[in-house]
Write a protein that binds this ligand. Structure first.
Ligand code: ATP
Ligand code: MG
Length: 271
């Protein structure tokens, strides 16, 4: 059974940052279909996806490899269009963070962030102090002048997180952002992300293969089936934050979700 502990997000929440989630911050996905390929030979990838992310909510999407998780994030980010259905993101364009940091190697950590601020229209004089503030938020105070190659993998992902936050979107889309990191660094970044989420009130939609990671982080875990991807279950995670990945309650719910995920993978004949 799922743990029945309850918590209020307000327990963790500090003051909301300017531009943080408000009534316009949600994502609404209605009857979304996505197929790839020529008409007549199109392969359905997503089928009748219905999902609502409330303002300030932290939702993890889980599913087997190839089930359409990245496709769904790309649709929400506006990088691709659904074949059918509607996607509403009433606030500003969502910020995206990928598994690979995608920083510009010829710019310093700080200048990578300042570029995002410039694209957002932040006046030149304000960019440096704002980049410094964001670096401090991801615990990289003093790293403004560091080149990307001088940073560790975990530090690069922090800079990428700061750059995503520099967009000041009310929705943050994360596609396996910590998958390439070692377990200890990932654990530290889970703590940082939870803290930043509670401090800024941003809505987070986080894709992962890792059930424990999903339960460690999210208020809701949504499981997608494969071929085509459909929402098969939606758990609410009523375990107080801050959680740890090794907490018994996190383990218990992870076991339950893993069983369902295994069932989905078996049903579709994958490894
Ligand atoms: N641009 C594209 N053209 C054709 N097929 C695509 C395209 N993008 C994705 N697909 C197909 O859609 C399916 C879902 O891909 P997607 O990348 O969304 O999966 P995923 O759940 O993110 O997988 P993973 O966990 O491995 O990252 C796959 O079968 C993939 O081959
Ligand atoms: Mg993917």
């Amino acid at each position: 059974m799922s743990p029945a502990l309850t918590t209020e997000k307000a327990d963790l929440a500090g003051p909301a940052a300017p531009g943080a989630a408000d009534s316009t911050g949600a994502v609404r996905i209605g009857h979304v279909h996505k197929s790839f390929g020529r008409p007549g030979a199109a392969q359905p990838v997503l089928d009748d996806i219905n999902l609502e992310i409330k303002p300030g909510e932290f939702v993890c999407i889980l599913g087997a490899s190839g089930c359409g998780k990245s496709t769904l994030l790309n649709l929400i980010a506006g990088l691709d269009r659904p074949t059918g259905g509607t996607i509403e993101v009433p606030g500003s364009r969502p910020a995206l963070m990928f598994q690979e940091h995608a920083l510009f190697p010829w710019l310093t950590a700080g200048k990578n962030i300042e570029l995002a601020l410039r694209l957002r229209g932040v006046p030149r004089a304000d960019r440096r102090p704002e980049a410094e503030r964001l670096l401090e938020l991801v615990r990289l105070k003093g790293a403004h002048g560091k080149r990307v190659h001088e940073l560790s993998g975990g530090m690069r992902q922090r800079v990428a997180m700061a750059r995503a936050l520099a967009q000041d979107s009310s929705v943050l889309l994360m596609d396996e952002p910590f998958a390439a990191l070692d377990a200890i660094t990932r654990d530290v970044l889970h703590g940082e992300l939870t803290r930043i989420w509670s401090e800024t009130g941003v809505s987070v939609l986080f894709v992962t293969h890792n059930v424990r990671e999903a339960v460690r982080l999210a208020e809701r875990v949504v499981l997608l089936s494969s071929r085509p991807g459909r929402v098969v279950r939606d758990w609410s995670v009523d375990i107080p934050q801050p959680r740890r990945i090794e907490d018994a309650a996190v383990a218990d719910l992870s076991i339950e979700i893993t069983e369902e995920l295994r069932g989905e993978i078996r049903r579709h004949g994958q490894q």
